[in-house]
Design a protein around this ligand. Structure first.
Ligand code: SF4
Length: 195
């Protein structure tokens, strides 16, 4: 392993023991980022979902599978990307046997930014892609409207790009809207590949 890969691996261990906010209490485990330590592109989502919480890996549930499909169509190899989330523990509300996703609040995002900053400092990606408003807000330090600000954006000194979170596509009730938005998402990822 390279020294950077070693450092990324050590960081994952640290994240596993984090108690900086209350979200660790109800989650199964922390879900750190994964991917090559020298990845040129980092994708940042909101937080792990139910499947990710159980697996301990990011983007392995339904939204992750949709992301995989879109990445492949856009010509991006998932294995060459670093995938992570703005918040590393799953926030949910129990409803019967189900665990319903809850959006992390500003304080939780701020607490977890500590880890996101450290991932960025170690991996030093050429481009950071925010998937959805929570990631864009964490990276830019302000509220971001994905509808109005979709596309290239600077995150501090890093070059960034804002697009939707794949779970947005899954929530669209209308099939034609879902197909249209999926095409837009693939098109955004195609731009990311060329940036
Ligand atoms: S959500 Fe982030 S800040 Fe909160 S306990 Fe988990 S790793 Fe720590």
């Amino acid at each position: 392993m390279t020294p950077v890969a070693d450092a990324v691996s050590a960081l994952k261990e640290e994240i596993a023991h984090c108690r900086r906010c209350p979200l660790h209490c109800a989650a199964t485990q922390a879900v750190p980022g994964e991917g090559p330590a020298d990845a040129a592109i980092m994708l940042v989502g909101e937080q792990p979902g139910d499947a990710e919480d159980l697996a301990g890996r990011p983007f392995v549930g339904p939204a992750g599978q949709l992301l995989d499909r879109a990445l492949a169509e856009a010509g991006l190899d998932r294995d060459r990307l670093y995938l992570t989330n703005a918040v590393k523990h799953f926030k949910y509300e129990p409803r019967g046997k189900r665990r319903i996703h809850q959006k992390p609040n500003a304080g939780e995002v701020q607490s977890c930014k500590w880890w996101l900053n450290r991932e960025i400092a170690l991996v030093r990606p050429r481009l950071i892609v925010a998937l959805g408003a929570t990631a864009a807000g964490a990276l830019s330090g302000r509220a971001v409207s994905v509808t109005k600000e979709r596309g290239p954006m600077s995150f501090g000194e890093a070059q960034g790009f804002v697009t939707v979170h794949p779970s947005f596509l899954l929530r669209l009730p209308d099939e034609s809207a879902r197909e249209r938005e999926y095409r837009n998402f693939v098109s955004d990822l195609g731009r990311v590949r060329k940036e």
